[in-house]
Ligand binder design. Structure first.
Ligand SMILES: [Zn+2]
Length: 430
């Protein structure tokens, strides 16, 4: 069934009339504190919402042993997966005529930074001035909800997708990607994937890779008053000594973009972030332990094993410059993200379909963006040979204080999703 003008108008009208319910649903999602280790209740909520819509529902806990040997796996150390559930809802058409689709969104969110500095509490969503505020309101509960409500709108207009659609509500996107990897392992595959991350109504052409690094430094604890005699070694000070050596990689790796076909046009794709530094247990004691955790962007196309060797060499250089560290080098652990970059090759049919939908809603050609961030889109593209597009609403202050999603952009993007799904999957009567 072709998407004629009447069908298109009915679907768009259904998106608009469902938008209030969409916002209420999004707010309910934001009310769940689904930070890492606390995701299960939120996924129960998602499974219920999918069942109410009549989808087949697959709800399972991720087992590290099932995925640890797969490409794209990120190691987890001292992390309990007791709460790490995925939910996949499946729509089956009466007759498979169109192209199948995966809509993949993560429900895990990063911690609120400093909850006291939010205008209103991070897990109490607030709508004001055309925005919804809340942790995850942008990144990316509103995106996953938009995918669901786009399909609701198609149904409300009297149709349904004429191809299989899997809606994947995953965890672990903010730390490993192992949630989406578990969906691959479970056998989910489609002709294309849409990842409704809130990077704006533009096709993401490329995303960087990403690595997490953990250094455990052992000091030599002595009374702090003895330290001026060079007795003991302060683990926190040793960490501070090492840090600039690692930070220098940012500049060096950004310089390599000159040889990259896509990233040469990005002003500063690689970011090296000192994310956590901890240690010490008493102000008047020399810290016996310090832990430094770093997020390192990696240029697309880089070999991660070679990158890890570079990091180890850099830490060794820092240690060689310090007699204590030379004798007591830190323990280096790579856990969390070990993500390769991904490029959506231009010219795919799925990009063309999203481009048509975008143009119908926005009245202009869709642009492409090059990102210094990472999404789960890489899994489909790199490990399933499935083109996956990232296209979404506009989020302000993701991972920051007073994160929000722009509601105008959310409505327009939901319209575009509905037209895109109708085009990509085709339609049949509901
Ligand atoms: Zn996200």
């Amino acid at each position: 069934m072709a998407l004629d003008e009447t069908a298109r108008q009915r679907i768009l009208a259904a998106v608009d009339s469902g938008f209030e319910a969409q916002l209420a649903f999004t707010a309910d999602m934001v009310r769940h504190d689904s930070t890492r280790g606390n995701e299960a209740a939120m996924q129960d909520f998602m499974a219920r919402a999918f069942r109410e819509r009549g989808f087949e529902v697959d709800h399972w806990r991720i087992e590290v042993d099932d995925i640890r040997d797969l490409p794209g796996f990120s190691p987890v150390v001292d992390v309990d997966y007791a709460q790490a559930f995925n939910v996949v809802a499946t729509h089956r058409p009466k007759a498979e005529k169109g192209r199948s689709l995966i809509v993949n969104g993560h429900i895990d969110v990063v911690p609120p930074c400093d909850a006291a500095r939010w205008t209103t509490p991070p897990f109490e969503p607030r709508i004001e001035g055309g925005r919804m505020y809340g942790r995850g309101a942008g990144d990316m509960k509103s995106g996953l909800a938009a995918g669901i409500f786009a399909i609701d709108a198609i149904r409300a207009a009297g149709f349904q997708p004429a191809a299989t659609v899997h809606i994947q509500s995953v965890v672990e996107e903010e730390c490993t990607g192992n949630g989406t990897l578990a969906c691959l392992q479970r056998g989910y595959k489609a002709d294309g994937a849409l990842v409704p991350e809130p990077f704006g109504a533009s096709i993401m052409r490329a995303e960087v890779g990403l690595m997490w690094l953990c250094l455990d430094i052992e000091g030599d604890p002595q009374h702090a008053s003895a330290a001026f005699n060079n007795v003991g070694a302060n683990a926190l000070e040793k960490a501070i000594h090492i840090w600039p050596y690692i930070k220098r990689l940012e500049e060096e790796w950004n310089a390599r973009k000159a040889g990259h076909p896509i990233y040469k046009d990005h002003p500063h794709p690689i970011r090296v972030n000192l994310g956590k530094l901890s240690g010490g247990d008493w102000v008047s004691s020399v810290p016996a332990k310090a832990r430094m955790e770093v997020r390192l962007g990696v240029l697309e196309g880089e070999d991660l094993a070679a990158i890890r060797d570079e990091i180890r060499a850099r830490v060794a250089e820092a240690c060689a410059a310090d007699p204590y560290l030379a004798a007591h080098p830190p323990k280096i652990t790579f856990h969390g993200f070990q993500a390769e970059g991904y490029v959506l090759q231009p010219g795919s049919e799925i990009e063309a379909a999203m481009g048509r939908a975008h143009e119908e809603v926005f009245g202009e050609k869709v642009t492409a963006t090059i990102s210094s961030a990472v999404t789960d889109a890489r899994f489909f593209g790199l490990y399933q040979d499935t083109p996956s597009i990232v296209y979404g609403a506009t989020c302000g202050l993701p991972h920051g204080i007073d994160e929000y999603v722009e509601l105008d952009s959310l409505l327009n993007v939901t319209r575009a999703y509905a037209l895109f799904i109708a085009d990509w999957c085709g339609l049949e009567p509901a």
